[in-house]
Design a protein around this ligand. Structure first.
Ligand code: 1GP
Length: 262
């Protein structure tokens, strides 16, 4: 079946028929935090090791070379490049898609609909695929950049039922993905108990990110029900190909389905 959209491509990656269970791996690159050669090497290695897609963006994104960065990434990787915007200026015709994020955990109208109205005509003009995504900020220790920039409160980490109700409401509103976000470099990642309840409550794919640092973290989030794992900060701190490979491999935690013997 032809894959018409970037979202189709992402979903195809986690639906390999011989695997019982698999989560997709989304590598997050913030061009403000890396020099270009190391950024390209990271993208190239992640592609070779089986990542699903590359997210590009950041909460500040001081660099104004987004088009050029994406072109360079695409010269070393065949993976979809998806903008993960920290603000309305982060758009580019070079990307395959953009996460069209609505911060549904907050009550700040600018992040629920305001910025979307400003960005929509531009996204249409650039023929960029918007992936409608419910963005839920989850309490994670210290105040995060998203929390500060959006002037909104996160959902308490010991209240999975509140996260689940928000996620379900977003699905009923027609959103295509739900993203549980602890914040980049979070002290504590999203708890497995919350991931598990949200994944059982909704039928759209679940993305989890923020403070995921070890292969064991990746495995536990995937086993709890995350369909896609986002990792960025960990690779800014540590450039190590074996570590990168182990992080991506941890998304494939299940044995292959046994064939029925006759
Ligand atoms: C941040 O969820 C992403 O928006 C990834 O977080 O940088 O902590 O991996 P890290």
């Amino acid at each position: 079946m032809p894959l018409h959209t970037t979202l189709d491509r992402l979903l195809a990656h986690i639906s390999e028929p011989l695997l019982e269970k698999r989560a997709g791996f989304l590598l997050l690159i913030d061009p403000d935090k890396r020099d270009e050669p190391s950024l390209l090497k990271l993208a190239e290695d992640a592609t070779a090791f089986g990542a699903t897609a590359i997210l590009i963006g950041g909460s500040t994104m001081l660099s104004n070379r987004l088009d050029e960065y994406i072109r360079r990434i695409k010269s070393v990787s065949h993976l979809p490049v998806i903008i993960f915007p920290g603000s309305v200026v982060q758009v580019s015709r070079e990307a395959d898609a953009i996460l069209y994020l609505s911060l549904v955990s907050g009550r700040n109208p600018e992040y629920l609909i305001g910025h979307h109205v400003i960005a929509a005509p531009l996204i249409q003009q650039l023929e960029l695929e918007p992936i409608s995504t419910a963005y839920l900020l989850i309490e994670s220790g210290r105040k995060t950049a998203v929390e500060f920039m959006s002037n909104s409160s996160p959902i308490p980490r010991h209240k999975p039922e509140i996260a689940a109700a928000h996620a379900l409401a977003a699905e009923y509103l027609g959103m295509k993905l739900v993203y549980l976000e602890a914040g980049s470099g979070a002290d504590y990642s999203v708890p497995e108990e919350m991931i598990s309840l949200v994944s059982k409550t909704i039928s759209v794919p679940l993305v989890v990110g923020g403070g995921i640092r070890t292969p064991d973290d990746v495995r536990r989030k995937a086993q709890a029900g995350a369909n896609f794992i986002v990792v960025g900060n960990a690779f800014e701190r540590r450039h190590d190909r074996v570590y990168l490979q182990e992080m991506i491999a941890a998304t494939m935690f299940s044995r292959k389905v046994e064939r029925v013997s006759r």
